[in-house]
Design a protein around this ligand. Structure first.
Ligand code: URA
Length: 424
């Protein structure tokens, strides 16, 4: 087979055959297709799309490029959640132990943040001693001891996606629904979970800016899961404002612990419980109400076991920032907007995120929101506190907050509902 023929077929709006797809993914993983050829093919896919059958085959080829994990030795059903990423999205932290406390096993392979969206592993690494990299045997041990494990994907899982994602990142080909859907689903299917709930974020702080695009992505991923025998559902959820009050690393861990202790911001609690119910239903476990596991401390017990099993100290103080700068309300009225993207970029510029994969993050950096859209504020009251270890980062972070919030004498914010839709 010839790479140029495959590129031309997709460039001219054709449908790739299963053999062409299998060959292209395998040859690229082996290095037999050059980076520039795969870049051209990815651009042709971005411009001309893929049929459902092509996306399914492409995903399958990426799964087959590496190992497939197997949790059949566990005595509980496995279930997992994947979020397409957003600002203040710490939901995995309370959710994984909560679902485990209700009887499921949660084997969650997570990622690091890139750009303005945070990464679950970066957040958890702010806990002194906690380790993201585990061998498959260690993963199984943590799952057996705690019921939930959150760790980095090993190099053996979907290596085709690892290589292709890095290429897409630098060739303007990330924003393709077939490529995003196959990238996410290849990793989740290879991870070996028995059920999957997708949290597809919608709004300025998300990949998908409109409900229409998010719905198309969700439907594509649900179809891939279903075609592969994985029970998959998706929720479309709001990412036009930050989720919760904390955006960053250690500050998000602290907020997650509040949720596990039975408190926390109402939106974080509502989304955590909604996703927990979806995950448990998908795993066939409906006898326990997750709200009870937050109240009775059983979710917190799992959290402590999970953190300890991965070398972390759940009682250690979390890193705190050297500089804390408060932005106050310039007028009295109703906070009608707090833009997720603006807040996410500000947190990133304070050091919470990274610009390149190899950059370190600052665990203490981030933002605390003192008011959320719809709240009444008084001139001079704290609106946002910016946390950083490096005060030279403040001016650029403040710049990205210019126009990111609005206070009006009266009015109601126009926001997406927290849970926009459910796709099955
Ligand atoms: N996350 C992924 O894992 N892959 C994509 O293509 C986009 C987001």
């Amino acid at each position: 087979m010839d790479a140029i023929d495959v590129i031309r077929a997709k460039r001219d709006g054709g449908t790739l055959t299963p053999d062409q797809i299998d060959w292209a993914v395998d040859a690229y993983t082996r290095g037999a297709i050059a980076e520039e050829q795969m870049a051209a093919l990815a651009m042709a896919i971005l411009l001309n799309g893929m049929t459902r059958a092509e996306v399914a085959r492409w995903t399958d080829a990426m799964i087959r490029s590496g190992e497939r994990m197997d949790w059949s030795s566990l005595d509980r059903p496995t279930t997992d959640k994947h979020s397409t990423g957003g600002v203040g999205d710490k939901i995995t932290l309370p959710l994984a132990p909560l679902v485990a406390a209700c009887g499921a096993a949660v084997p969650q392979l997570s990622g690091r943040g890139l750009g303005h969206t945070g990464g679950t592993l970066d957040k958890l690494e702010s806990i002194p001693g906690w380790r993201a990299s585990l061998s498959n045997t260690e993963m199984l041990d943590v799952l057996r001891t705690a019921g939930a494990v959150v760790c980095a994907a090993g190099g053996g899982l979907a290596p085709a996606d690892r290589k292709l994602y890095a290429l897409r990142d630098v060739t303007g080909t990330v924003e393709s629904i077939p490529l995003i859907a196959s990238s996410i689903m290849s990793k989740k299917i290879a991870e070996g979970t028995g059920a999957l709930v997708l949290d597809v974020k919608v709004g300025s702080g998300a990949f998908m800016k409109t409900v229409e695009n998010a719905r198309e992505l969700a439907e594509t991923m649900v179809a891939i899961g279903t075609d592969n025998g994985l029970r998959t559902t998706a929720l479309l959820t709001a990412m036009d404002r930050p989720l919760g009050n904390a955006v960053g690393n250690a500050v998000e861990v602290a907020e997650s612990v509040e949720v596990l202790a039975g408190g926390g911001p109402p939106d974080v609690v509502e989304l955590t419980l909604t996703l927990a119910r979806e995950m448990l239903a998908a795993a066939g476990l409906t006898d326990k109400d997750p709200a009870d596991a937050l109240k009775d401390g059983s979710a917190m017990d799992v959290w402590r076991r999970m953190i300890t099993a991965q070398g972390g100290d759940p009682d250690a103080p979390l890193p705190s920032a050297r500089e804390n700068h408060t932005v106050t309300a310039p007028a009295s009225g109703v906070l009608t907007s707090l833009d997720a993207y603006g807040v996410g970029v500000a947190a990133w510029r304070l050091g919470a995120g990274r610009a390149r994969k190899e950059d370190p993050v600052s665990f203490a950096a981030g933002i605390t929101c003192h008011a959320k859209p719809g709240d009444t504020v008084t001139e001079g009251q704290p609106l946002l506190t910016l946390h950083t270890d490096d005060e030279t980062r403040l001016p650029r972070a403040l710049e990205s907050l210019d126009g990111a919030y609005e206070i009006e004498a009266s009015g109601t914010p126009t926001l997406h509902p927290l849970i926009i839709d459910r796709i099955v």
